[in-house]
Design a protein around this ligand. Sequence first.
Ligand SMILES: [Cu+2]
Length: 694
Amino acid sequence: MCEAVAFGRRSVVGSPTLTRDRFSLPRNTPSTNSGGFRCDLLISGILRRPGRHLLCRGNWAYFLPRRGISALVPGERRRVLIQPIDYFLVAWFVLAALSALYVGVDQFRNNPEPGVMKWGFILVTLYLGPIGLLLYVLVDKEPHPGEHEEFTKPLWKQGVGSTIHCVAGDATGIIAAAAITAALGLPMWLDLIVEYLAGFAFGLLIFQSLFMKSLMGGTYLHNVRSTFLPEFISMNFMMAGMAPVMTLLMMGPDMRAMEPTELLFWGVMSVGVAAGFALAYPANVWLVYKGLKHGLMTRRSSTPGESHQNHQSSMTGMGGMGMPGAQQPTRPQVAAVALVGMIALVAGISAPSTTVNMSLSARDVGGSIMPPGMIMTRDTPGAAMRDMAAVDPRDVTATAAGDARGDQVLQPQLVDGVKVFDLTASIVRWQILPGVWVDAYAYNGQVPGPRLDFVQGDRVRINVTNRLPESTTVHWHGLDVPNDMDGPALITQHPIEPGKTFTYQYTVKQAGTFFYHSHDHADRQEALGLYGALIIAPKRSADAIRADVDYTIQLGEWLNRNGLTWPAMPMEGGLANYFTINGKAYPSTETIRMKVGQVLKVRFIGSNSVDIHPMHIHGGPFEVVARDGETLAPSARFAADTINIGPGQRYDVLWKARAPGKWLIHCHINHHTTNNNVEQDGAGGLTMIIDVSS
Ligand SMILES: [Cu+2]
């Protein structure tokens, strides 16, 4: 007994044991009639997976896991999403961890600071990394035994100590709240308010009043009251620096920054803390100078027998004392500083709303990575961002072989006189050029999707299974079908939700060149590869326009940068940089081979949804014989050498091989015959060769 997993839908004729996502096959099961999918529907490459074999017998394929069965979907997954910034983040947080380790060990082993300040430095070093370490060494680390009191006396060092204390308390509250609000899906503006309150509460009620109680004496409530105003001032400046940095970076092009599970979120928090520190520092210097906040302290444990005192604390700049020579702060002074702090806070929280949409939450757009150059404004809806976002590589379920081809003919099963086809939409890694891979939305693991060959009069049934992370539908472009089979999502049918299957069924009335494509967020899904050819033969074969070679060209456009794929769109940031014929860019496009005197029929399909492509054939004019699936009357046929293929349009043209040589078919928007603006082997993108021999 060997267990096997079939790719896609199961259609089992033998007597295997079926379970939900797997089945067992008796040993030596006859290969072609016992279930699974035909090998020619599969792309050999997606079947290679560590720990799995592919058994491809005759026309049928099975997956044989070496250890159990883990998933229905075969192929290599890309489990991680790595952007260039991530390397810096990893390095940064390794440095931060090492720095914090050093500060922690040194504080507790060697430095006569009270515990609350030791923790303050450790926390701030976690946020600020080597900068925290630098501050510690410059202002607090006792140079030689007994020198701490003298070493920490200067006002600028006391100001740093006071800011460290504020940042450790307030920023910790802010960061904890940011992580929680992101998980709750609160809009950004509400996030900031919750974060402010949490930061203030944590800083004042816990870090300041509670942890400092032993140092300050007095009751907890008294401490809360006496430290409220200086904490309020310091916190306001701190948040005034932190809020805009957090908002603008979180809602920038890489919105992984909104997800606490992403390293980038913590990187943004670090930058935010640095900005908050910088803005709060001057205020803290003044507060310490005036004796409204404490700065650095020294606490020494006396050796037994040395003194009756167990502890000796020296708190420079502690409440009511101020720095030597400083006058008591006046009410107008305190009021003015507090007022400016509040103005800074309001500005810091509200100013980003002029450029980013603060009504969005992490749930709306979290994790989306926008194309470079996309214009996002204060009123850009979350739906627009999701529409244009990069395909998340973690949603890729399989990797196609580099030489895999799309547009492979899909063989139907005949059930009670109905031709039954199975289409499954999923995300696959697809090679458009050696070394250039896109994360494509694909039917049956190929771009374009498999070709459906119909004959006029056929009754067909197409089971469409959705393995995308979003809903989808299929539209039968140009076909005269019942309205509820037509495909527009939310207009004629409920979208097919992820994991679900919808069955389309109709009688094929027309003949000619047609295609199918997604009709749910088509600007995204069709651009990412969800289209395929419908080639319908006329009922009377005498009606067919004959040619020696019949070749279908489906056009595609891709935006692929930084290892990510975005749907190409005629939008800022959305313009394509790769162009494909049948899923491949020249020189990876196919070559048509024919002999002098033979006639080639090219069926152009405007399957891309962005540009009009003026398709040109070298070597003399062609004759346009059909448009949009309709055969032109002989009197309406015309000669041309370039024809505009607009999105959705189809043209069938006949081209005669007049002389031997390599003749080109290419788009005449010359940018479309480059690969990321580079010509390779004389061309690129929408180019292919007709190789005519004599
Ligand atoms: Cu073009």
